[in-house]
Design a protein around this ligand. Structure first.
Ligand SMILES: C[S@@+](CC[C@H](N)C(=O)[O-])C[C@H]1O[C@@H](n2cnc3c(N)ncnc32)[C@H](O)[C@@H]1O
Length: 249
């Protein structure tokens, strides 16, 4: 199951670059940033990109004039974030920390936690992390978070998923599911033309229904304003892959 050494080595292993880099390139980060700012109802101020990685989305908040801080525990991602903000002539505050220990002095006006960055720990630890986020925000601060919708994924979890990659190899994901904790356990593999497994990563993530996500944020002291099926306020259905929650301190 989850443990801290798996968590750190997983994110240090270059998983996103190897397995999801080409999927991420299909998204338009500037467009997502615009939609998130609308959800936050934000015109100016300080945004904390919590578990923000290399600042894929928050770079565009900074381009719009927001002060941005990125908290993450993967040094390589924070280094990349600093380089890309610098290349764009933008200021950035990076916070190298575990999200369970978000420094309370940050006192941001807004926070985001994007691209399925919840659920890498059990609920007790996740609530602890969200409580520390809550304490690092100003009273009334709005937050936007997105995760995968368990109700959308459920029918296909047990089927192996394969996709052809741009490098010609096959990317395969094989899952099992723990019904007591709603945790998906996956093996991600890259398989070449000769059937050799070139790379293999083990992955755990707690998946949420809308009700689970609401309860999680409320347990950490947030007030939930809305849950949508996408960044453009889509209605949640069994067919919307994402859950986007808007809450406030
Ligand atoms: C799925 S990536 C998303 C990155 C970014 N939010 C984005 O939209 O591109 C998850 C991020 O969470 C970070 N992370 C995971 N667990 C963490 C923890 N316990 N403390 C701090 N950062 C963590 C990882 O290093 C990684 O950058």
């Amino acid at each position: 199951m989850y443990n801290d050494s798996w968590l750190k080595s997983f994110f240090n292993s270059g998983f996103y670059e190897k397995y999801w880099g080409w999927e991420l390139e299909k998204e338009d980060p500037a467009q997502i940033a615009e939609s998130v700012l609308k959800l936050l109802d934000a015109e100016s101020g300080h945004i904390l990109d919590w578990c923000g990685g290399w600042g894929r989305i928050s770079l565009h908040f900074a381009k719009r004039g927001f002060k941005v801080s990125i908290l993450d525990f993967t040094p390589e991602y924070l280094y990349r974030a600093r380089e890309s903000f610098k290349q764009n002539g933008l200021a950035l505050d990076t916070i190298f920390a575990d999200c369970r220990e978000t420094p309370p002095h940050i006192q941001a006006d807004y926070a985001v936690c994007l691209f399925n960055s919840l659920g890498f720990m059990d609920d007790k630890e996740q609530v602890k992390a969200l409580v520390s986020l809550n304490q690092a925000l100003k009273p009334g601060a709005r937050v936007v978070m997105d995760v995968m919708n368990l109700l959308f994924l459920a029918p296909d979890i047990k089927r192996p998923f394969e996709a052809k990659r741009p490098d010609g190899c096959i990317s395969r994901q094989t899952n099992s599911f723990d019904f007591i904790t709603n945790t998906m356990h996956s093996y991600f593999e890259i398989i070449d033309d000769w059937g050799n497994v070139r790379d293999r990563k083990e992955f755990y993530q707690r998946l949420y229904t809308p009700a689970d996500l609401k309860a999680l944020l409320e347990a950490a002291g947030f007030k939930v304003d809305n849950i949508f099926g996408g960044f453009n306020k889509e209605k949640i259905t069994f067919d919307t892959p994402k859950l986007v929650i808007v809450a406030r301190k």
